[in-house]
Design a protein. Structure first.
Ligand SMILES: [Zn+2]
Length: 254
């Protein structure tokens, strides 16, 4: 069956002499692998449309029984040029694609994840400051869509709603439960403690609209804590290890 669908290229690998195997996250079918014959040839009709982070309209021959679909056409819908010319943006954009590539199962279409992916790459392409906030925003919402929403509202042990009064300077994150402890329940638990600034920044990012996500300036030590918290959480709930190490280069450049 010939199908047309919007898609984002997550990964592309050379296959045999002239072809490419490309992993797409599509609006209609979720994550799929396609083969693009002749894509390595300089005269290829695919041009540069099959680079990671490309936002394309894909035409494919899809068969239910086949694991690898044939890509017959790919046209760039909107080029995210800054993601390729700005090293920081490239690092973040590739991390976003890697997260979808590793954490999302094949053939499970999810319109919300598709929209989140396109909107985040689009915004990353456009912004001029605090780009890294978009990665945290993306992870928080990807986790939510995958059934692993982090609870920023109330203590995961006693259920009390968080207020200024029951939050200490250090807050304990319970990885198994995907939430935090209030100051009464989380007394003296050194490991997995995070500063209140980290908690508040994450909670802010969860509620923020994508248009305003980069308005918040986050200190680099808070960024490191958020990276640790989210990495630990992903490691505990998904089989695939996700290495956000490429971000360390990002911090060094800042
Ligand atoms: Zn509590």
């Amino acid at each position: 069956m010939l199908s047309k669908t919007e898609a984002v290229v997550l990964k592309a690998m050379k296959y045999r002499e002239t072809s490419k195997i490309v992993t797409l996250y599509t609006r209609k079918f979720g994550k799929i692998n396609v083969i693009a014959k002749g894509a390595m040839l300089t005269t290829s009709k695919f041009g540069a449309s099959l680079e990671p982070m490309s936002y394309i309209l894909a035409v494919l021959y899809k068969k239910e029984t086949r694991e690898l679909q044939f890509l017959s056409q790919a046209d760039v819908i909107k080029p995210f040029l800054n993601l390729y010319s700005d090293y920081n943006k490239m690092t973040l954009g590739l991390s976003i694609c890697e997260l979808v590539y590793k954490l999302i199962k094949f053939e499970e279409g999810n319109q919300n994840i598709f929209k989140l992916l396109v909107d985040t790459l689009d915004k990353l392409n456009e912004v001029r400051k605090n780009e890294i906030n978009l990665l945290w925003f993306f992870i928080i919402h990807l986790l939510e869509e995958s059934g692993f929403k982090i609870n920023f509202n109330s203590c995961v042990l006693c259920g009390e709603k968080f207020t200024e009064k029951n939050l200490a300077q250090k807050i304990f994150f319970v990885v198994d439960k995907g939430g935090f402890l209030c100051s009464k329940c989380g007394f003296d638990k050194g490991e997995n403690s995070y500063s209140i600034a980290t908690f508040k920044s994450l909670a802010w990012l969860e509620r923020a609209k994508i248009e305003s996500v980069t308005n918040l300036k986050i200190q680099s030590n808070i960024n490191s804590e958020m990276q640790n918290l989210l990495s630990d959480y992903i490691k505990a709930h998904f089989d695939e290890p996700v290495n956000l190490k490429s971000l360390e280069i990002y911090y060094k450049l800042k």
